[in-house]
Ligand binder design. Structure first.
Ligand code: GLN
Length: 277
Protein backbone atom coordinates (compact mmCIF):
# COMPACT_ATOMS: atom_id res chain seq x y z
CA UNK A 1 0.00 0.00 0.00
CA UNK A 2 2.19 2.87 -1.21
CA UNK A 3 1.21 6.36 -0.24
CA UNK A 4 1.83 9.53 -2.23
CA UNK A 5 4.86 10.17 0.00
CA UNK A 6 6.21 6.62 -0.61
CA UNK A 7 5.84 6.91 -4.38
CA UNK A 8 7.64 10.24 -4.48
CA UNK A 9 10.44 8.90 -2.27
CA UNK A 10 10.78 5.84 -4.48
CA UNK A 11 11.03 7.88 -7.70
CA UNK A 12 13.58 10.49 -6.58
CA UNK A 13 16.84 9.89 -4.70
CA UNK A 14 17.00 11.88 -1.44
CA UNK A 15 18.59 15.30 -1.90
CA UNK A 16 17.93 15.46 -5.66
CA UNK A 17 15.61 18.46 -5.77
CA UNK A 18 15.10 18.38 -9.53
CA UNK A 19 14.21 14.67 -9.61
CA UNK A 20 11.81 15.28 -6.72
CA UNK A 21 10.16 18.18 -8.53
CA UNK A 22 9.76 16.08 -11.68
CA UNK A 23 8.35 13.15 -9.70
CA UNK A 24 5.77 15.51 -8.21
CA UNK A 25 4.76 16.77 -11.65
CA UNK A 26 4.42 13.22 -12.97
CA UNK A 27 2.50 11.92 -9.94
CA UNK A 28 0.16 14.92 -10.01
CA UNK A 29 -0.45 14.17 -13.70
CA UNK A 30 -1.05 10.44 -13.06
CA UNK A 31 -3.57 11.31 -10.34
CA UNK A 32 -5.23 14.15 -12.25
CA UNK A 33 -4.44 16.47 -9.34
CA UNK A 34 -2.30 19.54 -8.72
CA UNK A 35 1.12 19.49 -7.03
CA UNK A 36 -0.49 21.41 -4.16
CA UNK A 37 -2.93 18.51 -3.69
CA UNK A 38 0.00 16.11 -3.29
CA UNK A 39 1.45 18.16 -0.44
CA UNK A 40 -1.87 18.15 1.39
CA UNK A 41 -2.46 14.41 0.78
CA UNK A 42 0.93 12.79 1.40
CA UNK A 43 -0.82 9.83 3.07
CA UNK A 44 -3.32 9.19 0.26
CA UNK A 45 -2.99 5.78 -1.41
CA UNK A 46 -3.24 5.89 -5.22
CA UNK A 47 -5.06 2.92 -6.80
CA UNK A 48 -3.28 0.34 -8.99
CA UNK A 49 -4.05 2.07 -12.28
CA UNK A 50 -2.75 5.36 -10.99
CA UNK A 51 0.42 3.74 -9.68
CA UNK A 52 1.04 1.95 -12.97
CA UNK A 53 0.48 5.17 -14.87
CA UNK A 54 2.99 6.93 -12.59
CA UNK A 55 5.55 4.10 -12.98
CA UNK A 56 5.24 4.31 -16.77
CA UNK A 57 5.74 8.08 -16.71
CA UNK A 58 8.83 7.77 -14.49
CA UNK A 59 10.25 5.08 -16.81
CA UNK A 60 9.65 7.25 -19.89
CA UNK A 61 11.31 10.20 -18.16
CA UNK A 62 14.35 8.01 -17.38
CA UNK A 63 14.75 7.36 -21.11
CA UNK A 64 14.78 11.12 -21.71
CA UNK A 65 11.23 11.97 -22.82
CA UNK A 66 10.72 15.65 -21.92
CA UNK A 67 8.48 16.35 -18.94
CA UNK A 68 6.32 18.67 -21.05
CA UNK A 69 5.46 15.84 -23.46
CA UNK A 70 4.72 13.45 -20.59
CA UNK A 71 2.32 15.81 -18.84
CA UNK A 72 1.11 17.32 -22.13
CA UNK A 73 1.59 20.94 -21.22
CA UNK A 74 4.03 23.74 -20.52
CA UNK A 75 3.58 27.16 -18.97
CA UNK A 76 4.20 30.13 -21.28
CA UNK A 77 3.48 33.81 -20.71
CA UNK A 78 0.36 33.85 -18.47
CA UNK A 79 -1.10 30.45 -19.39
CA UNK A 80 -0.49 26.73 -19.86
CA UNK A 81 -0.24 25.49 -23.43
CA UNK A 82 -0.99 21.95 -24.52
CA UNK A 83 2.06 20.46 -26.21
CA UNK A 84 2.66 17.21 -28.10
CA UNK A 85 5.80 15.85 -29.82
CA UNK A 86 4.48 17.61 -32.96
CA UNK A 87 5.52 20.98 -31.54
CA UNK A 88 8.55 22.61 -29.98
CA UNK A 89 8.25 22.95 -26.21
CA UNK A 90 7.78 26.70 -25.61
CA UNK A 91 10.81 28.35 -23.95
CA UNK A 92 10.95 31.22 -21.48
CA UNK A 93 13.46 32.93 -23.85
CA UNK A 94 10.64 33.41 -26.33
CA UNK A 95 8.73 35.57 -23.84
CA UNK A 96 11.40 38.23 -24.57
CA UNK A 97 10.26 38.28 -28.20
CA UNK A 98 6.64 38.64 -27.05
CA UNK A 99 7.57 41.63 -24.83
CA UNK A 100 9.41 43.33 -27.70
CA UNK A 101 6.44 42.75 -30.01
CA UNK A 102 3.97 44.16 -27.47
CA UNK A 103 6.10 47.31 -27.12
CA UNK A 104 5.41 47.89 -30.82
CA UNK A 105 1.65 47.21 -30.82
CA UNK A 106 -0.58 49.97 -29.44
CA UNK A 107 -2.98 48.55 -26.82
CA UNK A 108 -6.18 49.49 -28.63
CA UNK A 109 -5.08 49.32 -32.24
CA UNK A 110 -6.92 47.01 -34.64
CA UNK A 111 -3.64 45.98 -36.24
CA UNK A 112 -2.54 42.88 -38.13
CA UNK A 113 0.09 40.59 -36.65
CA UNK A 114 1.60 37.37 -38.03
CA UNK A 115 3.47 34.62 -36.17
CA UNK A 116 5.42 32.39 -38.57
CA UNK A 117 6.07 28.79 -37.47
CA UNK A 118 3.70 29.08 -34.56
CA UNK A 119 4.21 25.54 -33.20
CA UNK A 120 2.11 25.32 -30.04
CA UNK A 121 0.85 28.84 -30.78
CA UNK A 122 2.99 30.37 -28.03
CA UNK A 123 3.82 33.73 -29.61
CA UNK A 124 0.52 34.23 -31.45
CA UNK A 125 -1.60 33.40 -28.41
CA UNK A 126 0.45 35.53 -26.00
CA UNK A 127 0.09 38.54 -28.32
CA UNK A 128 -3.60 37.84 -28.96
CA UNK A 129 -4.29 37.65 -25.22
CA UNK A 130 -2.58 40.99 -24.52
CA UNK A 131 -3.95 42.80 -27.59
CA UNK A 132 -7.61 41.78 -27.98
CA UNK A 133 -8.13 44.30 -30.81
CA UNK A 134 -5.30 42.82 -32.88
CA UNK A 135 -5.99 40.31 -35.63
CA UNK A 136 -3.34 37.61 -35.32
CA UNK A 137 -2.52 35.11 -38.07
CA UNK A 138 -0.53 32.07 -36.95
CA UNK A 139 1.13 29.91 -39.61
CA UNK A 140 3.01 26.64 -39.61
CA UNK A 141 4.22 24.22 -42.27
CA UNK A 142 2.97 21.34 -40.11
CA UNK A 143 -0.75 20.52 -40.02
CA UNK A 144 -0.17 18.54 -36.83
CA UNK A 145 1.36 21.61 -35.16
CA UNK A 146 -1.54 23.79 -36.32
CA UNK A 147 -3.99 21.35 -34.74
CA UNK A 148 -2.18 21.78 -31.40
CA UNK A 149 -2.14 25.58 -31.76
CA UNK A 150 -5.84 25.70 -32.74
CA UNK A 151 -6.73 23.60 -29.69
CA UNK A 152 -4.79 26.01 -27.47
CA UNK A 153 -6.57 29.04 -28.95
CA UNK A 154 -9.90 27.37 -28.33
CA UNK A 155 -9.10 26.37 -24.75
CA UNK A 156 -7.91 29.90 -23.99
CA UNK A 157 -11.00 31.40 -25.64
CA UNK A 158 -8.93 33.59 -27.97
CA UNK A 159 -11.13 34.39 -30.95
CA UNK A 160 -8.79 36.93 -32.56
CA UNK A 161 -6.34 34.32 -33.93
CA UNK A 162 -6.66 32.57 -37.28
CA UNK A 163 -4.45 29.82 -38.65
CA UNK A 164 -2.96 29.02 -42.04
CA UNK A 165 -0.73 26.19 -43.23
CA UNK A 166 2.45 26.83 -45.22
CA UNK A 167 6.11 27.81 -45.25
CA UNK A 168 7.10 31.14 -43.71
CA UNK A 169 5.41 34.04 -45.56
CA UNK A 170 3.72 31.92 -48.24
CA UNK A 171 0.40 31.55 -46.35
CA UNK A 172 0.25 35.34 -45.84
CA UNK A 173 -0.85 35.67 -49.49
CA UNK A 174 -1.25 39.31 -50.48
CA UNK A 175 -2.01 40.53 -46.95
CA UNK A 176 0.24 43.10 -45.29
CA UNK A 177 0.94 43.15 -41.57
CA UNK A 178 1.97 45.73 -39.00
CA UNK A 179 4.28 43.25 -37.33
CA UNK A 180 5.63 39.81 -38.22
CA UNK A 181 7.21 37.72 -35.47
CA UNK A 182 8.90 34.34 -35.60
CA UNK A 183 10.86 31.94 -33.45
CA UNK A 184 12.15 29.90 -36.40
CA UNK A 185 14.52 26.93 -36.26
CA UNK A 186 18.03 28.37 -35.91
CA UNK A 187 20.35 25.58 -34.74
CA UNK A 188 23.24 24.49 -36.99
CA UNK A 189 22.32 21.15 -38.58
CA UNK A 190 25.44 19.40 -37.21
CA UNK A 191 25.24 20.94 -33.70
CA UNK A 192 25.95 18.26 -31.08
CA UNK A 193 23.20 19.67 -28.83
CA UNK A 194 20.60 18.20 -31.21
CA UNK A 195 21.59 14.80 -29.80
CA UNK A 196 21.18 15.85 -26.17
CA UNK A 197 18.39 16.38 -23.63
CA UNK A 198 14.90 17.43 -24.69
CA UNK A 199 16.09 18.39 -28.20
CA UNK A 200 16.33 14.67 -29.14
CA UNK A 201 12.56 14.39 -28.80
CA UNK A 202 11.45 17.68 -30.40
CA UNK A 203 10.56 18.02 -34.11
CA UNK A 204 13.80 18.35 -36.11
CA UNK A 205 12.15 20.87 -38.44
CA UNK A 206 11.43 23.15 -35.47
CA UNK A 207 15.07 23.18 -34.35
CA UNK A 208 17.68 23.00 -37.12
CA UNK A 209 17.98 25.13 -40.24
CA UNK A 210 20.94 24.46 -42.53
CA UNK A 211 24.68 24.38 -41.89
CA UNK A 212 24.84 27.79 -40.20
CA UNK A 213 21.33 27.56 -38.70
CA UNK A 214 20.23 30.66 -40.61
CA UNK A 215 18.37 29.26 -43.63
CA UNK A 216 14.90 29.99 -42.20
CA UNK A 217 15.87 33.48 -41.05
CA UNK A 218 17.31 34.28 -44.50
CA UNK A 219 14.04 33.17 -46.14
CA UNK A 220 11.87 35.09 -43.68
CA UNK A 221 13.91 38.30 -43.99
CA UNK A 222 13.78 38.07 -47.79
CA UNK A 223 10.03 37.46 -47.94
CA UNK A 224 8.75 39.66 -45.10
CA UNK A 225 9.15 43.14 -46.69
CA UNK A 226 6.41 42.32 -49.24
CA UNK A 227 4.07 41.44 -46.36
CA UNK A 228 4.68 44.43 -44.08
CA UNK A 229 3.01 47.85 -44.17
CA UNK A 230 5.39 50.82 -44.46
CA UNK A 231 7.12 51.11 -41.08
CA UNK A 232 6.04 47.56 -40.13
CA UNK A 233 8.30 45.47 -37.91
CA UNK A 234 9.95 42.08 -38.29
CA UNK A 235 11.15 40.34 -35.11
CA UNK A 236 13.00 37.02 -35.09
CA UNK A 237 14.44 34.98 -32.28
CA UNK A 238 17.89 33.43 -32.78
CA UNK A 239 20.89 31.94 -31.01
CA UNK A 240 23.14 33.91 -28.63
CA UNK A 241 25.98 33.88 -31.19
CA UNK A 242 23.91 34.84 -34.26
CA UNK A 243 23.12 38.51 -33.57
CA UNK A 244 25.70 39.97 -35.93
CA UNK A 245 24.86 37.55 -38.74
CA UNK A 246 21.11 38.18 -38.39
CA UNK A 247 21.58 41.96 -38.38
CA UNK A 248 23.59 41.59 -41.60
CA UNK A 249 20.73 39.57 -43.13
CA UNK A 250 18.21 42.26 -42.10
CA UNK A 251 20.47 45.01 -43.51
CA UNK A 252 20.89 43.13 -46.80
CA UNK A 253 17.10 42.97 -47.16
CA UNK A 254 16.67 46.73 -46.69
CA UNK A 255 15.38 46.81 -43.09
CA UNK A 256 16.01 49.98 -41.09
CA UNK A 257 16.36 50.55 -37.33
CA UNK A 258 17.96 47.10 -37.12
CA UNK A 259 18.91 46.11 -33.58
CA UNK A 260 19.41 43.05 -31.42
CA UNK A 261 17.86 42.68 -27.96
CA UNK A 262 19.23 40.48 -25.19
CA UNK A 263 17.46 37.89 -23.08
CA UNK A 264 17.37 37.77 -19.26
CA UNK A 265 20.90 36.37 -19.25
CA UNK A 266 22.22 39.27 -21.35
CA UNK A 267 22.71 37.11 -24.44
CA UNK A 268 21.72 38.23 -27.94
CA UNK A 269 18.28 36.70 -28.54
CA UNK A 270 15.96 38.74 -30.78
CA UNK A 271 16.79 40.87 -33.82
CA UNK A 272 14.28 43.39 -35.10
CA UNK A 273 13.98 45.87 -37.91
CA UNK A 274 11.34 47.74 -39.87
CA UNK A 275 10.63 48.38 -43.51
CA UNK A 276 11.03 51.95 -44.69
CA UNK A 277 7.95 54.06 -43.90
N1 GLN B 1 6.66 29.64 -32.13
C1 GLN B 1 6.78 28.45 -31.33
C2 GLN B 1 7.53 28.78 -30.06
O1 GLN B 1 8.10 29.81 -29.95
C3 GLN B 1 7.46 27.33 -32.11
C4 GLN B 1 8.85 27.68 -32.57
C5 GLN B 1 9.50 26.58 -33.39
O2 GLN B 1 8.90 25.53 -33.63
N2 GLN B 1 10.72 26.82 -33.80
O3 GLN B 1 7.55 28.02 -29.13
Amino acid sequence: MSTVADLLRGAAPPGDGEARHEAELLLAHALGRSRAWLFAHADAVPDDDQRQCFDALVAARRTGTPIAYLVGQRGFWTFDLAVTPDVLIPRADTERLVELALERIAPDAACDIADLGTGSGAIALAIASERPQARVLATDASDAALAVARGNAQRLGLGNVTFAQGDWCVPLGTRRFDLIASNPPYIESDDVHLGEGDLRFEPAAALASGVDGLDAIRTIAAQAPRHLVPGGWLLVEHGWNQGEAVRAIFDANGFTDVATAQDLESRDRVTLGRVAG
